[in-house]
Write a protein that binds this ligand. Structure first.
Ligand code: ATP
Ligand code: MG
Length: 241
């Protein structure tokens, strides 16, 4: 290759690398509902994460790729610039703290709510009176701490990473703070929802520095999502999942 061609190729590569936008998504419902939204405005992911082992997926837009990460890692990737933009649950975002993240849009997907649940026989009302004391098992210590501080209840928090329903059944905790959508898991484990903590849905998060450096492509992507959540068919499709 002639030297000028090499320089040109390098320059092209530089340009591509710097206009490329990486969107961080987590597998499962957030991935499914996000790509349903994007498909409604003509953005298609080229690989299926269920059958492919790839963690970086191309799209039909040459300057957009999708990064598959753990749900709790999405804000971290976006905060440090591993991805310019991401979709993450409000639950995960509150626990992360939101440092360095611009939050332009509530996508209204992956909707559920955060709740306190206790065993059927437990006198929650008495235990959770102002000045009372509770042991709470949760994956969401920041949300749980804030909620009970607001009620004036002392809590001993036990951080778990999954299957929180087991904690009250095994005597580990009096109650749990967890996400609920249908309530079937609680019911199957003889737990009752005793408080609604907050509604949860997924948000778009953007790296604040990237927004300054790659304003145009990021703005275009935010606009695409905005347009998509206004499409009733996309909303309906996202909701049935
Ligand atoms: P992992 O399964 O990798 O341990 P996770 O359980 O945090 O991670 P998901 O179950 O895919 O990941 O949940 C991702 C996000 O989807 C949550 O942070 C929350 O915002 C939302 N979500 C979780 N459970 C529900 C639910 N039952 N209904 C609707 N949305 C939910
Ligand atoms: Mg899960």
């Amino acid at each position: 290759m002639a030297r000028s061609a090499v320089v040109e190729a390098q320059r092209d590569h530089f340009v591509i690398a710097h206009s490329m936008i990486t969107l961080a998504l987590s597998k499962g419902r957030i991935f499914d509902e996000s790509i349903t939204l994007l498909a409604s405005v003509g953005v298609h992911v080229l690989d299926d994460p269920e059958t492919s082992r790839k963690l970086i997926l191309g799209t039909n837009q040459p300057d957009l790729r999708v990064l598959l990460v753990r749900a709790t890692d999405v804000p971290t990737y976006v905060e440090y610039g591993g991805a310019e933009i991401g979709v993450t649950g409000k639950d995960v975002l509150i626990e992360h703290g939101g440092a360095g993240l611009y939050q332009p849009l509530d996508l209204r997907i992956a909707r559920c709510h955060m709740a306190v649940a206790a065993p059927e026989g437990f006198d929650y009302v008495h235990a959770a009176r102002r000045g009372g004391r509770l042991t709470i098992a949760t994956k969401y210590p920041t949300i749980a701490r804030g909620f009970f501080a607001g009620k004036g209840v002392h809590v001993d928090l036990i951080k778990l990473y999954g299957s929180m329903e087991l904690a009250p059944l095994t005597g580990l905790a009096d109650a749990i703070v967890d996400l609920v959508s249908t309530g079937k898991t609680l019911q199957a484990n003889h737990l009752i929802e005793v408080e609604h903590v907050m509604d949860i849905s997924s948000r778009l998060v953007v790296n604040q520095a990237a927004l300054k450096l790659k304003t145009e492509p990021i703005r275009r992507l935010i606009e695409a999502f905005k347009k998509a959540i206004a499409v009733p068919a996309a909303r309906a499709a996202a909701k049935v999942k």
